[in-house]
Design a protein around this ligand. Structure first.
Ligand SMILES: [Zn+2]
Length: 307
């Protein structure tokens, strides 16, 4: 072989190995950073859990909620007026409300109509959407400003954000199940996103790809409710305490807090793996099965005692 060709081959192999080395180093670095972020988040969650368990075991005194079965004459007139206005000014919100009339608790619907009156919706191009380590945010709702920002022309993105509007309590800075505790900080944002997306898909046949893991996990948790509509009521009433009470019928308080806290990790899908999702899903399913077996045992005992 010619000496020049030999040198060329050596240089070629050398360069290739060098490139492979740098690529490998880059991948390893990003993998290490990902692991580090996940470890920090998990440590924070552990600290958060202790304080949350204290809050939930103490419980809160719930005010007797007035259940408004019908709109008053005044409310009805106001409702009709806003609806009529929306029909011509914003057909998309009009369609959204039409679907929600029989679903939302009346009190939440009235609050929602108040917010809709002065809501601002900003449309942006997809290119302007925020890209956080590969996760693209196509819509946001900012409760304090009563403002929606949309980076997609798909209706489902708007409906997802409108569900946040409908389930938010701006006075207490709560959105659906997502609640900020004094000591523990923001909690249940993961389940809130998953459940919002679940409703979006169920009510508006939306085919979105956001929060896939969280939507599946929310669906698993919904199974613990005897009546699925009760979960929807708790969501619109921002009643995370009722949600925990419902879960406590089938699991310990620690288990309930731990599942919800771990779901918060899935808000950034790039940090968690499919395996992490399967593990958490399996944990929920095994608790569900445990409850089922316990119920069966009690039933058998009852039958034996009766005989
Ligand atoms: Zn959302």
């Amino acid at each position: 072989m010619d000496i020049f060709i030999k040198i060329y081959i050596v240089i070629f192999i050398g360069l290739n190995s060098l490139m492979l080395y740098y690529d490998g180093k880059k991948i390893y670095k990003s993998h290490k950073e990902k692991k580090e972020r996940l470890k920090n988040s998990m440590e924070n969650i552990e600290k958060q859990k202790q304080s949350l368990i204290k809050s939930f075991s103490r419980g809160i005194i719930k005010p007797n909620k007035k259940i408004v079965a019908h709109f008053s004459k005044e409310e009805n007139e106001k409702f009709e007026n806003i609806l009529e206005k929306l029909k011509t000014e914003n057909n998309k919100i009009y369609i959204f409300i039409q679907s929600m009339i029989n679903i939302m608790p009346k009190e939440s619907l009235i609050k929602f109509m108040d917010k809709v009156e002065d809501i601002s919706i900003e449309y942006h191009s997809f290119k302007e959407a925020e890209n956080n380590r590969g996760v693209i945010t196509t819509g946001t709702y900012i409760p304090m400003k009563n403002q929606i920002k949309i980076y997609s022309d798909k209706n489902e993105v708007l409906y997802h954000e409108l569900l946040h509007v409908a389930s938010s309590n701006n006075e207490y800075n709560m959105v659906g199940f997502s609640t900020t505790f004094k000591k523990a900080g923001l909690f249940c944002n993961g389940l809130n996103e998953g459940y919002t997306e679940l409703l979006n898909q169920r009510l508006f046949q939306s085919k979105t790809e956001g929060y896939i893991y969280l939507t599946y996990l929310a669906l698993e948790l919904e199974n613990f409710y005897e009546n699925k509509e009760d979960m929807m009521k708790d969501y619109f009433n921002n009643d995370i305490f009722s949600l925990i009470d419902e879960l406590k019928k089938s699991m310990t308080l620690e288990e309930a807090v731990s599942i919800i806290a771990n779901m918060d990790l899935f808000l950034n899908q790039t940090d968690v793996s499919f395996l992490d999702f399967l593990k958490l899903r399996q944990k929920i399913i095994s608790i569900y099965e445990r409850r089922y077996i316990q119920n069966e045992k009690t039933l058998v005992k009852k039958i034996i005692n009766r005989n």
